[in-house]
Ligand binder design. Structure first.
Ligand SMILES: C[S@@+](CC[C@H](N)C(=O)[O-])C[C@H]1O[C@@H](n2cnc3c(N)ncnc32)[C@H](O)[C@@H]1O
Length: 429
């Protein structure tokens, strides 16, 4: 169970919870629409054998999991959902979920709040966006702005199904269990009611792999002050029920901190229509570009998409066997991809491009470029995935000694930069 929690997937802000099929985010493949199948009108009956069968999920009869003693006994229950709370988990945590998921959360390691000093940024009104966070000092690329555990987790079924009046009451009880300062932060989020605040500010989290029933809304009230920009200066990730924001470029004092609520690698009209789902017209730096620049940006986005597809197709068609021909991959493809990402200011999503570029240059025996891009890949992976990123070690080794890396010169031919070495080395696994 703990493993599931630590690998829990996450998506962007929650309003799209009910429209999952339209979501594009940095998380792995999306689930089909939660509401695609008709639901009985009765509340709180998800979890019955019949409904789980309809969802194609295994029914597990309710089981009593004893939560650690630090967790208070559930205050209110509605069929299988109860309100659990623990004021001592970091700055307090409340859950509206099943006994099983409450146990999963209560027994998972949750990192403590961390990040740069809170005086490094301030909350202020930003024209057209409500409140936002503004840098008070130069924030360096790679600095962790905030690492915050969830203050509130709500299983998606009661969120979607509960009668509005009862739901407001239940949510109010959930935040009443939180310490006063955390409750005040929750209430300072954008929204008119407690439900509305949840709807406008939550992140979607899967506590148990891709199981639909495991979808929860995670509330991180401090993080919720960060507005959206299609070309954000922060990257965010959620792991171990904790939200982490990292600077992806140097941010001068006075600049607004931003994350992207969507995956920004799409055309302006696509981005705008995705953001309409959140109920606002995006007024970010990229969406307000003059038509000419915006058109040029859309062209670059199409070039990126085409190049990524081409590289992917060529790599997968030639990676399975010993390959001494170029099969269409050209060394400059990797560099071009990175160049386009940088021109588009997509600094929050550089890791895959740097990694691809480093590998391609290494495959063609370009030592200096392989080192350079692998070094950049290490930094980008740390920022975007964290120190536990799977590819970091491989990129580190490539940056240190390309010639000892499995990818080295596997594509050098008699005509290639190996100068007639006619390399026939295979791809080591
Ligand atoms: C998670 S909240 C961000 C903090 C919010 N501005 C506040 O005052 O608490 C998301 C809301 O902020 C506003 N917002 C965020 N980014 C925006 C943008 N790029 N353009 C316009 N409005 C934005 C929208 O109203 C959106 O629903």
């Amino acid at each position: 169970l703990q493993e599931h929690a630590s690998t829990a997937k996450s998506c962007s802000w929650s309003p799209l919870l009910i429209r999952e099929h339209q979501l594009t985010c940095t998380a792995p493949p999306l689930l089909p629409l939660l509401e695609a199948k008709p639901r009985p009108a009765t509340l709180f009956n998800v979890g019955t054998p019949e409904l789980m069968k309809e969802y194609g999920e295994r029914y597990e009869p309710p089981k009593a999991y004893d939560l650690p003693a630090s967790w208070e006994e559930p205050k209110q229950c509605f069929t299988e959902f109860c309100l659990y709370s623990n004021p001592d988990v970091d700055e307090g945590m409340s859950l509206l979920t099943t006994n099983r998921y409450a146990y999963l959360v209560a027994t998972s390691p949750v990192p403590k709040s961390a990040g740069i000093e809170s005086t490094a940024y301030r909350a202020a009104e930003v024209p057209g966006k409500g409140v936002g966070l503004i840098a008070n000092r130069l924030i360096r690329k790679g600095e962790i702005i905030m690492q915050r555990p969830a203050a509130l987790l709500i299983q998606s079924t009661p969120h979607l199904d509960l009668d509005p009046e009862l739901r407001e009451e239940v949510y109010q009880s959930a935040i009443d269990q939180l310490p006063a300062a955390t409750k005040a932060r929750f209430m300072s989020q954008m929204g008119d009611t407690v439900y509305d605040r949840t709807e406008k500010n939550a992140f979607r989290i899967y506590l148990d792999g891709d199981r639909k029933h495991s979808t929860h809304l995670g509330l991180f009230p401090e993080v919720s002050k960060i507005n959206h920009d299609c070309r954000p200066n922060l990257h965010y990730r959620i792991a171990n029920l904790t939200h982490t924001t990292v600077a992806v470029r140097d941010i001068p004092a006075g600049e607004e901190l931003s994350v992207s609520y969507i995956y920004g690698k799409s055309s302006r009209s696509d981005r705008q229509s995705q953001l309409h789902e959140w109920g606002f017209n995006c007024t970010c730096s990229q969406c307000t570009l003059p038509a000419r620049e915006s058109g040029a940006s859309d062209v670059r986005i199409r070039q990126i998409q085409a190049l990524e597809e081409e590289i992917e197709a060529l790599m997968s068609s030639s990676s399975s066997s010993v390959d001494t021909s170029n099969k269409g991959i050209r060394p400059e493809m990797g560099g071009k991809l990175v160049e386009l990402f940088l021109a588009e200011r997509l600094d929050a999503y550089l890791a895959p491009s740097y990694t691809r570029a480093a590998l391609i240059y290494s495959m063609f025996g370009h030592e200096a470029r392989a080192r350079e891009y692998a070094g950049e890949a290490v930094g980008a992976l740390e920022r975007e995935v964290g120190l536990q990123a799977r590819d970091i070690e491989s990129m580190r080794r490539l940056a240190e000694n390309p010639k000892a890396h499995w990818s080295w010169a596997v594509k050098v031919t008699s005509r290639g930069p190996g100068g007639g070495k006619n390399k026939t080395q295979g791809v080591a696994k």
